[in-house]
Design a protein around this ligand. Sequence first.
Ligand code: DGJ
Length: 380
Amino acid sequence: MPHLLPLLLLLLCLPVYGQGPAARHERPLPPDTTAWLDTEGRYINAHGGGILLHKGTYYWFGEHRPERGFATTEGINCYSSRDLKNWKHRGIALSVCTTDTLSEISRGCIMERPKVLYNEETRQFVMWFHLELRGRGYEAARAGVAVADRPEGPYHFVRSTRVNPGQWPLNMPAENRTRQFPAEEVKEWWTPQWRQAVEQGLFVQRDLQDGQMSRDMTLFQDPADGRAYHIYSSEENLTLHIAELSDNYLSHTGRYIRLFPGGHNEAPAIFHDPATSTYWLIASGCTGWEPNEARLFSAPSIWGPWQQHPSPMRGPGAKRTFGGQSTFILPLPAKQGGGWIFMADVWHPRSLMYSGHLWIPIRMNPETGMPEIERQKKKK
Ligand code: DGJ
């Protein structure tokens, strides 16, 4: 695996444990922190994020989180870097609306897991994110979209939506569209009858008119043809969906599939390995801010068939994804040796702002062709 060497060298240089005494901290770094500092010595406040590589610069977009509380007070943060090591704060890329309390993105909404793609045709940068409406907890389960002419923004909010109203998933058997689910069999969650109903599309049916729920999410641009996909936790976080985006990336085409109905997967992150023509998807289970064991799926096409494998995490801490939760998988350019970086959030729910970042190179096992992720020991 000669291509892994440059990647490992790069990762050993990443500022995982702070940047020395000159750094200005909002508060002292705890000894084992995974919080990172930007070039100004401030905490990198970009959580649930993703990275766009554009013209040799990496742009890291993530949730700006307040020191206290969960609601979004500022918006989506942006940092840029040419070496993946020194991150310059570029400001808030998408701001909450501070003047109109009726705006869907008014201050106090919740913006999570932003991801950005560049659309070659429209020459626009398109951001999708999970949006919860102000004062409504996590019940809205919407996807927001915003656009910009420059990678760092400012992004202009276009709209928010539930996904694909009126459209059935491509892989949902026709008989389940008209299946009756007697209320007494499905009102209690987690019973065997309820589980079966979920698999058969109980919540897809319920949400058909208004569109499917969309919470934890990522975007994927297929290098083969430039088509883009929105991958999100739907159906009360019980089932992942993969939905195709329109040519301009600003809406959905109506084509989507369900992945492992009732599998209770969230925090999706995806990459494509051209060597084996395989799409790999890593997700977490649903335990709030608590880490859990990662899940791994693969498919020969984005449309499936998808199969599940054991967790790709290896070594100490693997059972709880080393304390992190997947957010994005960053492909590295071939001229830098190629390969991928698995990015995860180490959540600190008491003060989400100080949540940390865990970036680990993905190793493709030459014998099995499968991804493996092992946390390197801390450098002394
Ligand atoms: C887990 C999700 O992965 C996070 O993005 C966030 O939505 C929390 N749940 C909220 O409890």
